[in-house]
Design a binder for this molecule. Structure first.
Ligand SMILES: [Zn+2]
Ligand SMILES: [Zn+2]
Length: 242
């Protein structure tokens, strides 16, 4: 199955978890990104870091060409390429064309992450993506181990085995990690009462999706936030924020 078909079939399979989504937009973005990933993936491992890789592609004019192509495919105008790229790199999506540039940059990051993952999974007890530096709020369980997945580049890394660890502060004390779940324990909201931060975890190991979809599926845990707040109100929070 191709990348686009796999994404769409997972989306429809887990539609009940994902909620309302613009499937047509997702399909077009995935098609644009698939093209970029196929263009550049083969060269990714020649570079020490994602930053070096992006700089090299920019220097040879690849990113400008890919942004132009993506702009046509997505029907979004890019007025000034340099300005759009700069805005995308600084996260300012107000600038015209920044979203298109960001979609291309994300595809390059995904291509890089896929190649690095072929070398095996890294252990990193952190919520910060070791490749692109984005903060992840998404954990998933696989083979009894807990992994984070990056919301930007879809890189994944192992946080802990056997029991969940807080990816923000490293707390492993089960008594101070709240796990709020629905009846089926599919997707849960976790909160560390040591650092007061929350994250979402796909607990059900039968939920198999491409990495890129996991943050979206895990969003289902947000509906549990009122329940978490209710629990905290009843028992009194133990974190420093209380
Ligand atoms: Zn990343
Ligand atoms: Zn913590």
């Amino acid at each position: 199955m191709g990348r686009v078909e796999e994404l769409l079939s997972s989306l429809s399979k887990y539609a009940h978890l994902v909620g309302t989504i613009n499937v047509e937009w997702v399909r077009r973005v995935e098609e644009v990104q698939e093209e970029v990933i196929e263009d550049v993936g083969g060269r990714a491992l020649a570079y020490e870091s994602l930053k070096d890789f992006v700089n090299a592609l920019e220097a040879e004019g690849y990113i400008a060409r890919a942004v132009e192509r993506a702009s046509r495919a997505l029907g979004e105008e890019v007025e000034d390429y340099n300005e759009a790229l700069r805005a995308a790199l600084t996260g300012n999506l107000e600038v015209k064309g920044a979203r298109v540039a960001l979609i291309v940059l994300q595809a390059i990051a995904r291509a890089y992450a896929e190649k690095i993952l072929e070398r095996g999974v890294r252990v990193e007890p952190s919520a910060l993506c070791p490749l692109c530096g984005a903060l992840s709020e998404t954990m998933y369980k696989e083979g009894g181990a807990y992994y984070m997945v990056c919301h930007f580049c879809s890189y994944t890394w192992l946080v802990s085995e056997g029991k969940p660890m807080c990816p923000y502060c490293g707390n492993q004390d089960e008594l101070s990690i709240a796990v709020v779940s629905d009846k089926q324990m599919r997707v849960v909201l976790m909160k560390c009462w040591n650092c007061d931060l929350t994250w979402r975890t796909i607990m059900d190991e039968t939920i198999k999706t491409p990495l890129v979809l996991k943050p979206l599926i895990a969003m289902a845990a947000e509906k549990l936030r009122p329940a978490l707040e209710e629990i905290e109100r009843l028992v009194g929070t133990r974190g420093k924020g209380s």
